[in-house]
Write a protein that binds this ligand. Structure first.
Ligand SMILES: Nc1ncnc2c1ncn2[C@@H]1O[C@H](COP(=O)(O)OP(=O)(O)OP(=O)(O)O)[C@@H](O)[C@H]1O
Ligand SMILES: [Mg+2]
Length: 464
């Protein structure tokens, strides 16, 4: 076995912490330093403009309701001139004169108008299709109508119990509240109005470089509730006063998966922990698959965005997925990586189109590693930034976990994981997107048979 040399992994979380469990969220001092170095903001997301989302493009392409602007009725000569530019970018003068004579005739004008109408009708149909409530491509923010669904704050109804967490990315706070009407605890995510704006279009106008959209999150919660999807928290209402917007939802009793995993009651990494975590991991994989089957890619899966709540049964927990601000209805997309840097699939740093299903699958792999090992595998998937990831990339995941030791011990990570768990992780964290395990989504199937190996083919799930 290769001896462990801490200096080989200087980007790992600091070793001096005596608590062997998940030691800190990714906003610790060392992580903050790393962020400063790689130019990421305090929530762990890279700061880069989203292609196609600057204010001018939004202004030009959409009106306030989010529909693309219909072009103003052009006059015949406008249309002719536009067509001439399109048809003859590099023709000789004679050809152009001939065309001009034809194009200014009445017959040509009629033809062009007819073509123009057809194009406009086709465009309109496409948008009607994607805006219609049954469309699987309907933008998530459209599931919630701020104009009619936001209510005034009811000051006597919700009583603050305590602050529960920061909503860093949304410049807000998450509060535990007591609902005096329903007599139950609820969660209120309180965001300042200057940040959240009055609707999605307003938000984009004010924050053209943002890649996380609060109205997407609200719309997605409502959509999942409407479809009775078990992994969604219940959206209880959106309230607003002159300063803040409060998104009130059902309370997950155990907090997020980070809190749950690092709770002192959980057993340390090893066989017992694997057994306890198996039902939760199964729920997670099923839940993300269900999202994908509903045509939603999450793009920000992390320990903090998965909640745990107790059910009525002893030692039984249910997982909920939150924070759909970066989610989208488009499976394939281009552009910068989304989500927190430990969880970003390596291909997301490359140019070109990415498969959101496989990007989420990689992030799920990182979550599964964190759950089982109680530590992060790496802090970033940019090899130049993180030596742990660079090692895994160069030598393979298996040899990485043979070398990487559990925090504050000399026990190699590979030695405490069962062989089926190792294979599951290897499959989900495969850097080759062609080989990465899928979550068994319907989209991979034709005639009911999957064209790719999925997590459900793994031995880890074959146990009773
Ligand atoms: N319904 C809930 N029940 C229990 N805890 C919750 C609930 N909703 C949110 N939280 C806690 O609040 C944290 C932040 O919530 P959320 O992810 O929605 O906000 P955010 O603005 O995206 O913040 P961040 O930038 O930290 O992701 C979660 O990680 C979780 O710890
Ligand atoms: Mg979050």
């Amino acid at each position: 076995m290769i001896p462990y040399e801490p200096q080989d992994f200087p980007s790992c979380p600091p070793q001096q912490n005596s608590d062997p469990r998940l030691p800190h969220r990714q906003t610790s001092e060392s992580a903050q330093q790393l962020k400063r170095e790689i130019g990421e903001d305090s929530a762990g997301y890279p700061r880069q403009p989203v292609p196609g989302s600057n204010a001018i493009e939004v202004e030009n392409s959409a009106n306030n309701a989010g529909y693309p602007r219909q072009s103003v009725q052009s006059s015949n000569s406008d249309i002719v001139q536009e067509r001439q530019r399109d048809f003859f970018p590099r023709v000789d003068e004679d050809e152009l004169m001939k065309f001009k004579r034809w194009a200014t005739s009445e017959e040509a004008a009629e033809k062009l108008i007819a073509v123009e109408k057809l194009i406009a009708a086709e465009k309109l149909n496409k948008h009607r299709e994607s805006d219609s409530s049954s469309s699987p491509f309907r933008p998530l923010h459209m599931e919630f109508d701020p104009a009619t669904e936001v209510q005034p704050v009811e000051p006597n109804r919700f009583k603050a119990v305590r602050q529960f967490a920061d909503a860093e990315r949304n410049r807000g706070k998450v509060h535990l509240m007591w609902d005096t009407v329903e007599s139950k605890y609820v969660i209120a995510k309180v965001m300042p109005n200057w940040w959240v704006g009055s609707c999605h279009a307003d938000f984009i106008k004010n924050h053209p470089d943002e890649i996380e959209f609060p109205w997407n999150d609200i719309g997605c919660m409502k959509f999942l509730n409407h479809r009775k999807v078990p992994l969604g928290v219940v959206l209880l209402g959106v309230y607003r006063d002159e300063r803040n917007t409060e998104v009130v939802s059902s309370f997950a009793t155990e907090g997020d998966l980070f809190m749950w995993c690092s709770h002192p009651e959980r057993p340390p990494a090893g066989a017992e922990r694997e057994e306890i975590m198996r039902p939760l991991i199964t729920q997670l994989l099923r839940g993300v698959r269900q999202l994908h089957d509903l045509n939603i890619v999450h793009r920000d899966i992390s320990l903090e965005n998965i909640l745990v709540t107790k059910t009525d049964r002893q030692d039984d927990w249910r997982l909920l997925i939150i924070d759909f601000g970066m989610s989208d209805r488009q499976r394939f997309y281009e552009g910068q990586p989304r989500g927190k840097r430990s969880y970003q699939a390596p291909e997301a740093h490359e140019p070109g189109e990415h498969d959101g299903f496989l990007i989420d699958a990689f992030a799920v792999g990182v979550v599964v590693y964190c759950i089982l090992v109680n530590d992060y595998p790496w802090l970033s998937t940019r090899p130049v930034v993180d030596k742990c990831f660079a090692y895994a990339k160069a030598c393979g995941f298996r040899s990485y976990v043979q070398k990487r030791t559990l925090r504050n011990t000399d026990i190699p990570v590979a030695s405490i994981l069962s062989e089926p768990a190792l294979r599951l992780l290897e499959g989900l964290l495969n850097l080759d997107t062609e080989q990465r395990l899928t979550l068994g989504e319907e989209a991979w199937k034709s005639d009911g048979v999957s064209s790719r190996k999925s997590v459900w083919d793994e031995d880890w799930f074959q146990r009773p």
